[in-house]
Design a protein around this ligand. Sequence first.
Ligand code: ADP
Ligand code: MG
Length: 280
Amino acid sequence: AQVFPKPKETRIIAVANQKGGVGKTTTAVNIAAALAKGGANVLVIDMDPQGNASTALGIEHNSGMDSVYDVLEGRRTIADVKQVCPDFPTLDVVPASIDLSGAELEIADSPNRNNLMRDALTKYLAEADKHYDYVFVDCPPSLGLLVINAMCAVNEMLIPIQAEYYALEGLGQLINTIGLVQKHFNPTLLVSTMLVTMYDRRTLLSREVYAEVKNHYPSIVLDTTIPRTVKISEAPSFGQTVIAYDKSSMGATAYREAALEMARRSDQALEAIAIKRGEH
Ligand code: ADP
Ligand code: MG
């Protein structure tokens, strides 16, 4: 496998978009798998009560099992609940189960409610027996407390954008929320990456969506687009990323290229390209 350049410091990245079904989870698990395959130590934190990232990475996540829910509520540490992805020995996973659906209400009264994930992750990264190159947080489709916790815990946002008619609708709201988090809680948060997913190069619509995103966010959107393929959509039913399920497929190739493009964006380049506070 190709060896990707590694970041000097751990890059902590939330994959977010309040729209459902745009490819957040698919992107989080496949980029994470591609980077792990490329030699990186990677942690994926599933923050969605649906637990789709856990499923796609072949991780058990039944109700009642130790999961991210127990981490947020302070009963367990990340070290206690993490599991290793069966397909990639350098890819660790913090699973989510349906138990997490109660968490937003349960943490709402906590004075530290926005920073529960940040505190747990900071502690874990400081004490872990290895250095992580990347941490990905897969967010649920909302702008609630779970997503705010993710935004407070990370340095970068990766926003997947589905190549469809209403692609940019709602993006302004997401960018505004990120701006509020930057202003009040996490001044170093950067929107570093956008990725156009479910792209069909035969259609004018897909090309128009890409052109529009590129026009609005020229240096943030990746050159690579992710095609809509059957292999990508069927891999999770085997508990696998498409990187493991069919490594020579178009979908796996596209996610590897997207991961390489992300890996090549150095720390300085990220500073220069990202949307910073007040610039949007
Ligand atoms: P989100 O996490 O944003 O809700 P998912 O990643 O779960 O979105 O994707 C929604 C659905 O679309 C899933 O069934 C997934 O398998 C499918 N899907 C995502 N990306 C692709 C793609 N590039 N090609 C085909 N199906 C895809
Ligand atoms: Mg999802």
